[in-house]
Design a protein around this ligand. Structure first.
Ligand SMILES: [Zn+2]
Length: 394
């Protein structure tokens, strides 16, 4: 992240902190129902792990060698207390036995998510489900009616790696049904909902119709902060996202009283993402998110989260590897220590955060060997090589 980007993030974050969220959401403070009392697990668990598993299924080898017992035992031996396990990813494919969504074809009758939950229980690891919305290749490809549609046209989306959906389309009910099914059918303690942002300004028929019905006018097409019409449109985008997050939280809590956390690093993004401050303070049991911008950004984020989180500890995630695209090169230990320091650079009594390391999975389903202590990784690699399994990221 360069200086300019950081200052943009900084000003966005501080501007957000000064705003009274109720004012621009048009709501009275405390008017909505608060989430039910969460379980006690967050206060007991500081060493957490998330392993990126955005794996598609266009090749039969993808995730074909996944071994839940080996995977969880490696994580447990490394000293983690909690595993955040992928249930669905950017690929839009479910890793659990679902009757609603599209299952990853590599499963072939297996239940990746269920197997991991079972192994975690055996080894005494706390469990959180990783959920995913909006960045959704399967939803985008299979349902033209669900697609996010920017002003520039759909071609803009097709240039990228991911298809986006619009939460004002029927995909909203689909995501809520998926979450309800997952929470109802498996026993885990929390759910993290990633990518709950606007990928841009959407002008799909569902957004246009909703805006017309709420304000009896067309949504403006020109970004002009001096124009009250534009500011009203932006407020509507933020409220729509908030309402979706709120519906998600209530759907989950109705199924089971587990903790709900929506991705909230995005509150530091620019206006385009449309993330309201209230999404963190009112729809999440605790706030959290992943950061890769370096010490100054980490420090700002942790101070803000410490103040915003309804319960503590809040969650600070960063990668064990260089970044999310290079999942091979491990950060030097000193760099990791520095990142860890920023979660506690306030007086110790306020040290209320924890870290989650985010290495990525080998596409075949082995790994993340290099993200663990060297001795363990070497032992693990030797074992797999004896079984004839290629352990290099593919
Ligand atoms: Zn839309």
């Amino acid at each position: 992240m360069n200086r300019r980007t950081f200052h943009k993030l900084l000003s966005a974050g501080l501007a957000g902190l000064k705003t009274r969220p109720e004012a621009w959401l048009g709501e009275k403070p405390g008017a909505e129902a608060r989430p039910a009392q969460p379980t006690r697990w967050p206060g007991e668990v500081y060493r957490r792990l998330l392993i990126d598993t955005h794996v598609p299924d266009w090749n039969p080898i993808l995730l074909s060698r996944f071994d839940a017992e080996d995977y969880v035992s490696t994580i447990a031996r490394a000293g983690f207390q909690c595993l955040m396990q992928y249930a669905i990813s950017c690929a839009g494919l479910c890793l659990w036995r679902t009757k609603i969504g599209q299952m990853h074809r590599g499963m072939r009758g297996r239940d990746y998510f269920g197997e991991v939950m079972e192994q975690c229980k055996r080894r005494g690891l706390h469990t959180v489900a990783y959920f995913h919305v909006v960045w959704d290749n399967h939803g985008f490809e299979e349902h033209a009616d669900w697609r996010f549609q920017p002003e520039e046209g759909e071609d803009e989306v097709l240039k990228g790696r991911y298809g986006y959906t619009c939460i004002n389309s029927p995909v909203r009910d689909y995501y809520l049904a998926l979450a309800q099914e997952l929470v109802s059918n498996y026993d885990f303690e929390g759910i993290f909902n990633d990518m709950i942002i606007w990928p841009g300004v959407c002008y799909c028929p569902h957004c246009v119709t909703r805006y017309r019905s709420e304000y009896h006018t067309e949504p403006p097409r020109i970004v002009d902060w001096n124009d009250p019409e534009w500011r009203r449109f932006q407020a509507a985008r933020q409220r729509w996202l908030f309402e979706f997050a709120d519906a998600f939280t209530k759907t989950v809590k109705k199924a089971r009283p587990i903790t709900v956390e929506h991705q909230f690093a995005t509150v530091f993004s620019d206006w385009m993402a449309g993330v309201p401050l209230e999404m963190g303070t009112k729809t999440c049991d605790f706030v959290g998110g992943d950061f890769y911008g370096g010490p100054a950004q980490f420090s700002l984020a942790c101070k803000a989260f410490n103040g915003l989180s309804r319960i503590r500890p809040f969650e600070f995630m960063t990668s064990r590897t260089n970044d999310l695209t290079d999942f091979v090169t491990i950060k030097p230990v000193d760099e990791l220590r520095l990142a860890a320091h920023h979660r506690c650079d306030q007086p110790r009594r306020h040290d209320q955060s924890r870290r989650v390391r985010v290495p990525a999975r080998n596409q075949r389903g082995t790994g993340p060997l290099r993200a663990f202590p060297r001795r363990q990784a070497a032992r693990r690699r030797r074992g797999l090589l004896r079984q004839g399994i290629d352990v290099q990221p593919g």
